[in-house]
Write a protein that binds this ligand. Structure first.
Ligand code: PEP
Ligand code: MG
Length: 588
């Protein structure tokens, strides 16, 4: 057989060898049946039972996953909301009664209509929801047609899954099976399946063109999640090379596990705090188990997105207190709701340029009640741990001052009501707009700390939409303009004596570590899964060397030059360590 190599987008690192298992997504061919008047109510009952079964299954899955890996439960929550979607349920029942047709036939039509509306929506968040909708719809149809909800049940151990697309609930199955990795035609860097693969720790590559027309079931394949390749019928020397990589990978994983209890400290004794970014209260446990020094970013708006309405004070208080207690005495940074941009609650009025629109603090300085409620909940939680507040999307000093005044007002009210809270709960600023970075010296006089949000800082400085595939090649946090801003912010923080952290994705990029430490940052926040690897790299470096390299990197002219330079330096520093693999696929 001819050997072939396909290229896609790597979304979860690692390599895997094995037989391909091509998943042919089953399309339910649903017959149209006309019911007799006597059968109609029975069919409505059958439909309600299918909904109830699906709901129970999802709740059970959510319970077990929330205990294992916090993030997955978020996806299941979205699916539960779909089941509770009164409009779809009511419409199905109305039509079963009016048209006297079988429930599966009617429900499939409603599902397809809703899906095409979601898929053609201009709102990225709604488009992403279509996977949840399709997923839960198939589950309900499976019950109506008395079929197993997933066709993944008979997967052989040790296979590499190949599919057009994978759905969140299918991936949940994978964590229980011995699937070594997966490749798909659809999906982008920030898609649900990318996030889940990363959390599950299996290699994954998405975005392969015509994958299903090239790979056949049982073909021997190699999936390279570092470089984004799929080798079909690999030649002997290539297979041999990758077999070595798989063995080395297993050794690295065992090695990284042992680092959890060790400090993140350079060879010459410079300590770095490696914190975790979380979206969900349950993830605090995962963060702790990964050796996080604290929570550097709790994206609290996910509480809002889950319930599709502003969570009330009590619900917020419970969530914040749970995280504060789990992490105590370590710091938990609660970012106030970053609603807007691509994180719009359903029903929000559309905006022509949402990322430049009514987002985060801009919204909450108008809708003050919502901001005060959140601050109240956060301050109440501060009595149970080490809580700090962080304000996103600041562009002016007025915004910061207004937000600080509101916080003071909430404190007065709490004191008057005799409710305990931490009087000195620090309020920091997220530096994620060029304006905030350029004003860093002024901001540093009034903020308790800074955290650089390089995802947005890159988007706004380089005028590159962070979610647009067409300009993804221009999204470069190593662009010298971004590095200049980071340097300026680090200097301003040091000058004013306030801590400066970084919580964008850049914090976990191995090439960024020497650069950020060299620029003086000592506080990095990232997904829990990246903490050990980052720690291992830090423990292989010497501050004296990286400071010099950071200075040199900043004198270079382009992002590519900077990344290439850092790659060479890092290769040199990591020579002879077990960490060379961490550098694979970093310059693309
Ligand atoms: C950022 O902008 O870098 C950040 C960490 O926040 P988010 O990704 O939630 O916008
Ligand atoms: Mg941001």
């Amino acid at each position: 057989m001819k050997s072939r190599k396909l290229c896609g987008i790597p979304v979860s690192s690692g390599v895997a060898l094995g037989p391909a298992r091509v998943l042919v997504t089953e399309d339910y061919a649903i017959p149209e049946q006309t019911l007799s008047p006597a059968e109609v109510e029975k069919e409505v009952r059958r439909f309600r039972t299918a909904l109830a079964h699906s709901k129970r299954e999802l709740e059970t899955l959510r319970g077990s996953l929330a205990r294992k890996i916090g993030k997955h439960s978020l996806l299941l929550d979205a699916q539960l909301l779909v089941i509770q979607d009164v409009m779809a349920v009511d419409e199905s029942i109305r039509r079963i009664r009016r048209e006297r047709k079988n429930a599966a036939f009617i429900f499939q039509q409603i599902l397809e209509k809703a899906l095409s509306a979601l898929e053609s929506s201009e709102d990225g968040y709604l488009r992403e929801r279509s996977a949840d909708f399709w997923d839960v719809g198939r589950r309900i149809l499976g019950h109506l047609l008395k079929r197993a909800p997933s066709s993944l049940d008979d997967l052989p151990d040790g296979c590499i899954l190949i599919a057009k697309n994978l759905l969140p609930s299918e991936l949940i199955h994978l964590s229980q099976k011995k699937v070594m990795g997966f490749g798909t035609e659809l999906g982008g860097r920030a898609s649900h399946i990318a996030i889940m693969a990363h959390t599950m720790g299996i290699p994954a590559v998405v975005g392969f063109k015509n994958l299903l027309s090239v790979v056949r079931d049982s073909d021997p394949v190699i999936l390279d999640g570092n470089e984004g390749h799929l080798w079909i019928y690999p030649r002997q020397p290539i297979a041999q090379r990758f077999r070595h990589k798989v063995l080395a990978q297993a050794r690295h994983e065992a090695f990284l596990k042992r680092l959890v209890i060790l400090p993140a400290e350079t060879k010459d004794g410079c300590r770095v705090a490696l914190n975790a970014n979380i979206e969900w209260p349950e993830e605090a446990e995962v963060a702790l188990a990964s050796g996080a020094a604290g929570i550097g970013l709790f994206r609290t708006e996910f509480l809002w997105l889950r319930s599709q309405k502003a969570p009330d004070e009590e619900a917020q208080f419970q969530a914040y207190r749970a995280v504060a207690r789990t992490m105590a005495p370590h710091r938990v940074v609660l970012r106030t709701f970053d609603i807007g941009g691509d994180k719009l609650p359903t029903g929000s009025p559309p905006e022509p340029n949402p990322f430049l629109g009514y987002r985060a603090i801009r919204y909450f300085l108008k809708e003050r009640k919502g901001f005060e409620t959140q601050v109240r909940a956060a301050l109440r939680a501060s009595a149970f741990g080490n809580v700090a507040l962080m304000i996103p999307m600041i562009t002016t000093l007025e915004e910061l001052r207004e937000a600080l005044l509101l916080v003071e007002g909430v404190k007065k009210n709490l004191t008057r009501e005799g409710i305990s809270f931490h009087g000195n709960c620090p309020v920091g600023v997220m530096i994620e707009t060029p304006a905030a970075a350029l004003l860093a010296e002024r901001m540093a006089r009034e903020a308790a700390f800074f955290s650089l949000g390089t995802n947005d800082l890159t988007q706004y400085t380089l005028a590159v939409d962070r979610g647009n595939e067409n300009v993804a090649h221009l999204f470069d946090p190593f662009h010298p303009a971004i590095l200049e801003l980071i340097r300026k912010v680090a200097l301003a923080g040091a000058g004013a004596g306030i801590p400066v952290g970084l919580c964008g994705e850049m914090a976990a990029d191995p090439l960024a570590i020497p650069l950020l430490l060299g620029l003086g940052l000592r506080d990095l926040s990232m997904v829990p899964a990246s903490i050990s690897k980052t720690k291992a790299i830090i423990r292989s470096l010497k501050l004296s060397e990286i400071e010099k390299a950071a200075r040199e990197a900043l004198s270079l002219g382009t992002g590519l030059e900077i990344r290439t330079f850092l790659h060479r330096r890092l290769e040199h520093w990591l020579k002879g360590t077990r960490l060379q693999w961490a550098l694979a696929g970093l310059i693309g």
